[in-house]
Structures are given as structure tokens and as C-alpha cells.
Design a protein around this ligand. Structure first.
Ligand SMILES: NC(=O)c1ccc[n+]([C@@H]2O[C@H](COP(=O)([O-])OP(=O)(O)OC[C@H]3O[C@@H](n4cnc5c(N)ncnc54)[C@H](O)[C@@H]3O)[C@@H](O)[C@H]2O)c1
Ligand SMILES: O=c1ccn([C@@H]2O[C@H](COP(=O)(O)OP(=O)(O)O[C@H]3O[C@H](CO)[C@@H](O)[C@H](O)[C@H]3O)[C@@H](O)[C@H]2O)c(=O)[nH]1
Length: 434
């Protein structure tokens, strides 16, 4: 198929490169000229395992990039992979989606009549009814008729950062939301090569558009709440001196609970869980319903970084002292710092008057833009040297190998928010939930 993907960030670039790899002709459309040039030169604009190779292989060939929306006219299907950030009150900010939908509509309208309607697919995470009520309306504003000139559908994405390529190519499920058999048929053709190439059977859910939009929020809300629940249980465990990881391993053997997403600690961050839980809570409240469990999950998550710091307070008054922060990315395998727990941890240390020295294997430069004034170390060893305490925020594998490096600390107190450091002689070790 000939496909265009509007927005070439974390999701758009992964989807575009993978679809090209599966044999489709793909055009990535982005307003950022640097991103467009990089893709055409065969370079991935983002750090994501496996993506460099795919963009290198297909960039400038089956995968092309442009800033010109006219490219959608050469394609049968356009996916919108644009940002859906939060407004200050937590509600979803649809300005990028609406701008993108308008541009697609105008580009299609400028091409005159079409034999078949163009399918516009919402890949971004949007609250239920957005695609039909807000995006289809923007496309129609260009003088196009839904059903004749264009169709809309929702196809939410469940990939994780750090494993986006393998997640996209081997999804647990595909979700197609549409109200027109022609839209379902096109989505089936689009994903046919993926289903053939995937490691196992890929269940496909065909449903309504608003249902598909809601499935994405329910998925993230469930996972975020699962982590908050294990953090709540973990906090209780800590009060009793019980190891929450032994408890989690045991309850995870119950199929109804499942072993994944039971790692307790300093909480969830990233570009999705925080904004998506906020957006669906806000959208529900607007309609008069207050989702109590989900609100509590967010509240508990917001409190975990302070709980981590209070464990450090139990051992040392960090005012005027050097404290190492190990890990800045919101999770290992990515340089993404959006909503990382490192931010409240750093701010809490600064409020206590500590001198922060931070280290991350790949996310340092992103964090430096946000906090240019704190010290950044070139290695974990350098960060630990002369520090009067260390807090672990991201579970990078390399932290598991740290050992003699702790001997160089002024005061070897380690508070681990991710259970990645081994307890050892010579350090005062506190696990957040164990
Ligand atoms: N990041 C993830 O792992 C992930 C996973 C699943 C779903 N999602 C959802 O996917 C959507 C995109 O997220 P992302 O992380 O890829 O965002 P991103 O910020 O990384 O990328 C968005 C891209 O859109 C471009 N853009 C902005 N306005 C534009 C316009 N008018 N026309 C063309 N391009 C424009 C930006 O330059 C940027 O390159 C969000 O709704 C997000 O919730 C993200
Ligand atoms: O047991 C766990 C699992 C995760 N986390 C934290 O939860 C956050 C999110 O992790 P993860 O879900 O692995 O990463 P994301 O890339 O944010 O992916 C989530 O958000 C994406 C965007 O919507 C969805 O597509 C994915 O399905 C969903 O997992 C990170 O801060 C993790 O440290 C924990 O604290 N404990």
C-alpha cells in the first residue's frame, strides 16, 4: 500500500520504518525539517533499538519524508501520529491533531475528486469520540464529505519505548476501530504482512471508533494502576520489613494477576502513563464521573519519589552535601526524560539544599537542557565519588554491576528505587519497597 504517516516522532518514525520494512511505500510527513532530512538520509531522528537499521535500509527509498502535506494525495491511507499532550488542567490538548487533520483535509481537497475515499487513521492516543467529533470535522472543513471523499478510523498503538520496533512487529493485539467496512478492509490489507511475519498469532479486535480509542486508555490506565497497586502493597511491605519482590513473584504465579508489571519502586513516568491517566480522568470528570481508583493510582504515583527521599533523610541530612542520582531516563533503553521520576527526585534534593550530581548512560543531554545547573557525571563511578548518598531512579543494567565504586562515596548510603543494586557489605542499603 501507499501510506503516509503524519508526525515522525517516537511512534510515527517506528511505524513508518516498520511498515516500509513490511513492504509498503511510506511517506513520513513532519513539520520539523531536521527530522525530514534525517530520514531521507537514512538516519533515525530518535534513539530506539533496531530503528537505526530500518531507517538506514529504507530511508530515502521505500521510506521517504517531506514537510509537504501534498504527499498524502499520492497515498491511500494517512495515519496521524501527532502529539496529544496535556493542557495545564490535565485535559487532552488536541491542537496538533486538529492542525494535522486540517492539513490532511486541505491537501486532499486540493487534489480534486478521488475514485476511492482516503482513509485517515488516528494512531495517536485520543479520548473517545475525538476522531469522529473533532478530527473528521476538521477534514470535512476543507469541503470534503465523510464516506465519499474520506473515511476515518482508530488504530491505537501499544508499543513501548525502548522496545518499540519489536513491540510494533509482534503486538499482543491489533485494534481496528471503524464504522465502515471499507475502512476495516484497508486496515486488514495494511497489517496483512505484519500478521504473516509476526512470531505468533496476532489477535485482531474489530470494533467501533470510540471503543478503539477507549481501549487504549483502558490499557494504559490498567497498567499504570497495576504498578501503583504493587507500589501501595510494596509500601506496606516496607513497613513490615517484608520483601515486596518476593511477594510480587508469588502473587504473579496466579494467572489472574500475571507476573508482568509488578516491579514496585519509585513509580511510573514517561510520555504516556501520566498524560493518558490525566486525560481520561479529566474527560470522565467533564462528563460527571470521578474515576476514584485511577485518581488514587495517580496520587500514589506522585508520592513515591518523596517516599524515596524520606528513606534517604532517615540516614543523612543532605543539605550542603553531594548526592548522586543514578538514572535520568523514565525507563531503561531510552533517552526519553518526559515525566521521568528523576525530576521530582532532583527537585526534592534541591529543596533539601543538596548538591545533585546526576548520571545516565544516554539521557544526560536531554536532562541538561532542563536542568543546566546541576552537575552531570560521565559515569556512575564519577557520580558516586565523594557523594554522601545515592538514589537510584532508573533500572539500567549497568547499575547492577556497580560494586567497588560505592567504596569511593563519602557516606555510602544507597536508596534504590528500582531494585537494581545488590545489597553488599560496606554500604547502608535501603530498598524502597523491600
Ligand atoms: N511514545 C510512545 O511510545 C507512544 C506509544 C503509543 C502511543 N503514543 C501516542 O502517539 C502519539 C505521538 O506520540 P510520540 O511520542 O510519537 O510524539 P512525538 O512528540 O515524539 O512526535 C510527534 C511528531 O509530530 C510532529 N508534528 C507536530 N505537529 C505537526 C504537524 N502539524 N504536522 C506534522 N508533524 C507535526 C513533531 O515535529 C514530532 O516529530 C501521542 O498521542 C502518544 O500518546 C506514544
Ligand atoms: O513493573 C513495572 C513496569 C513499569 N514501571 C514503570 O512504568 C513506566 C512505563 O513503562 P513502560 O510501560 O514499559 O513504558 P512506555 O514506553 O511508557 O509504554 C507504555 O505507554 C505506551 C504509550 O501509550 C504504551 O503504548 C505501552 O503499551 C505502555 O506500556 C516506566 O516509568 C517504568 O519504570 C514500573 O515502575 N514497574
Amino acid at each position: 500500500m501507499n501510506v503516509s504517516i503524519v508526525g515522525s516522532g517516537y511512534v510515527g518514525t517506528t511505524v513508518a520504518a516498520c511498515l516500509a520494512d513490511l513492504g509498503h511505500e511510506v511517506t513520513a510527513i513532519d513539520i520539523d525539517e531536521g527530522i525530514v532530512a534525517a530520514i531521507n538520509d537514512g538516519e533515525s531522528p530518535i534513539h530506539e533499538p533496531g530503528l537505526d537499521e530500518l531507517v538506514a535500509e529504507h530511508g530515502g527509498d521505500r521510506l521517504r519524508a517531506t514537510t509537504d502535506y501534498a504527499a498524502v494525495r499520492e497515498t491511500e491511507l494517512t495515519m496521524l501520529a501527532l502529539p496529544t499532550p496535556s493542557n495545564e488542567d490535565g485535559s487532552i490538548d488536541l491542537q496538533y491533531m486538529e492542525a494535522g487533520a486540517s492539513s490532511v483535509g486541505e491537501a486532499l481537497a486540493a487534489g480534486g475528486d478521488r475514485e476511492e475515499p482516503h482513509l485517515v487513521v488516528t494512531k495517536s492516543t485520543v479520548v473517545p469520540t475525538t476522531t469522529e467529533e473533532r478530527l473528521a470535522a476538521r477534514i470535512a472543513d476543507a469541503g470534503l464529505e465523510r464516506g465519499t471523499d474520506f473515511l476515518v478510523a482508530s488504530n491505537p498503538e501499544f508499543q513501548r519505548e525502548g522496545s518499540a520496533v519489536t513491540d510494533f512487529l509482534n503486538p499482543d493485539k491489533l485494534v481496528f476501530g471503524a464504522d465502515d467496512e471499507r475502512a476495516f478492509a484497508m486496515l486488514r490489507v495494511l497489517y496483512a504482512p505484519l500478521r504473516e511475519a509476526a512470531d505468533g498469532e496476532v489477535p485482531t479486535v474489530e470494533t467501533g471508533i470510540a471503543e478503539a480509542e477507549m481501549i487504549k486508555y483502558a490499557n494504559n490506565a490498567f497498567l499504570a494502576s497495576k504498578v501503583s497497586l504493587i507500589n501501595d502493597i510494596g509500601n506496606v511491605c516496607k513497613e513490615f520489613g517484608v520483601d515486596a519482590y518476593e511477594v510480587a513473584d508469588a502473587i504473579g504465579l496466579d494467572d489472574r494477576i500475571g507476573e508482568r508489571f509488578l516491579r514496585s519502586g519509585v513509580g511510573w513516568g514517561g510520555s504516556c502513563f501520566p498524560k493518558d491517566t490525566d486525560a481520561i480522568i479529566s474527560a470522565a470528570r467533564e462528563r460527571g464521573y470521578d474515576p476514584a481508583v485511577l485518581s488514587a493510582a495517580v496520587e500514589l504515583n506522585d508520592a513515591q519519589p518523596e517516599r524515596l527521599l524520606s528513606l534517604l533523610d532517615d540516614h543523612v541530612d543532605v543539605g550542603g552535601k553531594r548526592v548522586a542520582v543514578l538514572g535520568l531516563a523514565f525507563k531503561p533503553g531510552t533517552d526519553d526524560i518526559r515525566n521521568t521520576r528523576a525530576v521530582p527526585v532532583i527537585e526534592g534534593l534541591q529543596e533539601r539544599g543538596a548538591g545533585v550530581v546526576a548520571y545516565d548512560p544516554v539521557a544526560t543531554e536531554n536532562m541538561r537542557e532542563r536542568y543546566p545547573d546541576i552537575e552531570y557525571a560521565g559515569s556512575a563511578a564519577e557520580a558516586l565519588e565523594d557523594a554522601s548518598g545515592a538514589v537510584v531512579v532508573t533500572d539500567w543494567d549497568e547499575f547492577a554491576a556497580l560494586d567497588a565504586e560505592f567504596d569511593e562515596m563519602a557516606d555510602p548510603i544507597v536508596v534504590d528505587g528500582r531494585r537494581i543494586i545488590e545489597r553488599r557489605d560496606g554500604i547502608t542499603y535501603e530498598g524502597l519497597t523491600w
